[in-house]
Write a protein that binds this ligand. Structure first.
Ligand code: ATP
Ligand code: MG
Length: 171
C-alpha cells in the first residue's frame, strides 16, 4: 500500500487553516477518520464547536494561543509542541486516523520550536495516513517531501488597516 499524501498550505494570505478544514470535512464525509492537531493555537476556535458533534473527527490542542516571536520563546511554548510531536508519532504508528491536520506546524518550524528533520522523520514513518500541514514559511525540506503544495498569497487583508481578529472569521 502506498503512503498517505502530504499536503501543504502555506503563504502569507488568508485561507490556509480554512483550506485544511475544508479538506478534512471532505475526507470525513467520505468516511475517513480525521484528527485536527492545533499547534500554537488554543481551543478558542469556532470549528471546534462543530467537530465536537462529529464521531470520528477528533481534535487535540498543543498550544497556548500566545503569539510567539524569535526573541520571546518560553518553555511553556515548547512543551505542548513536543507533546504534539509525540502524539503524532503515536497516531501514525497505530494508524488511528486516516487524515491528520497539523495546523500551524510550519510556524513552529520557522521559529525553531521543532527541527524540520525531526518532523520529517516522524512524517516518513506514516503508512496510509494523509497529512495536511499549514502555516507560513514552509521550509524547503517539507516542500520536497510533499505531494501537493499550495501557496496562498495575500492581495489584501483587513489586518493591514489595523483591524482586530474577528470571531467567526479568524477563529
Ligand atoms: P484562516 O485560519 O482564516 O484560514 P490562515 O490560516 O491562512 O487563515 P494565518 O495568518 O497563517 O492565516 O494564521 C493565523 C493564525 O496562526 C493566528 O491567528 C495564530 O493563531 C497563528 N499564528 C501565526 N503566527 C503565529 C505566531 N508567530 N505565534 C503564534 N501563533 C501564530
Ligand atoms: Mg492558520
Amino acid at each position: 500500500m502506498s503512503k498517505g499524501l502530504v499536503i501543504v498550505y502555506t503563504g502569507n494570505g488568508k485561507g490556509k487553516t480554512t483550506a485544511a478544514l475544508g479538506s478534512a470535512l471532505r475526507a470525513y464525509g467520505r468516511g475517513l477518520k480525521v484528527a485536527l492537531m492545533y499547534f500554537l493555537k488554543d481551543s478558542n476556535q469556532g470549528e471546534i464547536n462543530c467537530i465536537e458533534k462529529l464521531d470520528g473527527f477528533d481534535y487535540f490542542v498543543f498550544g497556548t494561543g500566545r503569539f510567539i516571536n524569535f526573541d520571546d520563546i518560553k518553555p511553556e511554548d515548547l512543551e505542548p509542541v513536543k507533546k504534539g510531536l509525540d502524539k503524532l508519532k503515536e497516531i501514525l504508528e497505530n494508524e488511528t486516523y486516516d487524515m491528520v491536520v497539523l495546523d500551524e506546524v510550519l510556524i513552529t518550524l520557522y521559529y525553531g520550536l521543532i527541527e524540520t528533520s525531526d518532523l520529517l522523520e516522524i512524517m516518513d514513518s506514516r503508512k496510509s495516513t494523509h497529512l495536511i500541514l499549514t502555516g507560513r514559511y514552509a521550509p524547503s525540506g517539507i516542500i520536497e517531501c510533499a505531494d501537493i503544495v499550495s501557496e496562498i498569497g495575500k492581495i489584501k487583508h483587513h489586518f493591514d488597516k489595523g483591524a482586530p481578529s474577528i470571531q467567526g472569521i479568524e477563529y
